[in-house]
Design a protein around this ligand. Structure first.
Ligand code: DLZ
Length: 158
């Protein structure tokens, strides 16, 4: 999947009054630090009230997102890094995390910004982590998507 063609936000999003929880896995710390920092930049700029919850691995992101919604969050930003190894484990953890996050979002009727990177190698993650030499900033993109989708849902519900 190419990151080219991602929407370029013309305006900053106003997150005032929104409660947002960033759920973040802990594997691959350099890339994760970049993702969390990117999400933090967007959330701080938006004025949202946000907190960070760390879980051990990406497999645990969905249940943490579920708890965040049960606790009153309006939106979640899910951040994780899964790097392919030599066994089928990558596929199982990637799809369980992705399917779980999708299910939690649909069940809650609330947005989850999807910042789960599934990668062939570490360099792909460094390129996407919002670090000084990165080409992309997936943590910021996920936070922006969560806030913008929360606004759309709010408008649609009237
Ligand atoms: C076990 C595992 C492996 C092999 N690789 C990763 C990874 O690349 N990224 C990640 O976020 N988590 C990984 N995990 C941990 C699982 O997500 C989970 O935390 C453990 O299986 C314990 O439930």
């Amino acid at each position: 999947m190419s990151g080219k063609g991602a929407p370029i936000a013309a305006t900053e999003i106003d997150g005032t009054g929104l409660r947002v929880v960033v759920v973040a896995a802990s594997w691959h710390d350099t890339i994760m630090d970049g993702l969390v920092a990117g999400a933090a930049r967007v959330l701080d700029a938006s004025g949202a009230d946000w907190t960070l919850a760390r879980v051990p691995g990406s497999f645990e992101l969905a249940v943490a997102a579920q708890a965040a919604f049960a606790g009153g969050a309006d939106a979640v930003v899910a951040l994780g890094v899964i790097i392919r190894g030599g066994t089928p484990h990558f596929e199982y953890v990637s799809s369980a995390a992705t399917d779980g996050l999708n299910r939690v979002s649909l069940d809650a009727g609330k947005p989850i910004g999807f910042g789960l990177l599934t990668l062939d190698d570490e360099q792909q993650g460094l390129n996407r982590a919002g670090l000084p030499d990165s080409e992309e900033d997936k943590g910021a993109e996920a936070a922006d998507a969560a806030l913008r989708t929360a606004a759309v849902i709010s408008a649609l519900r009237g």
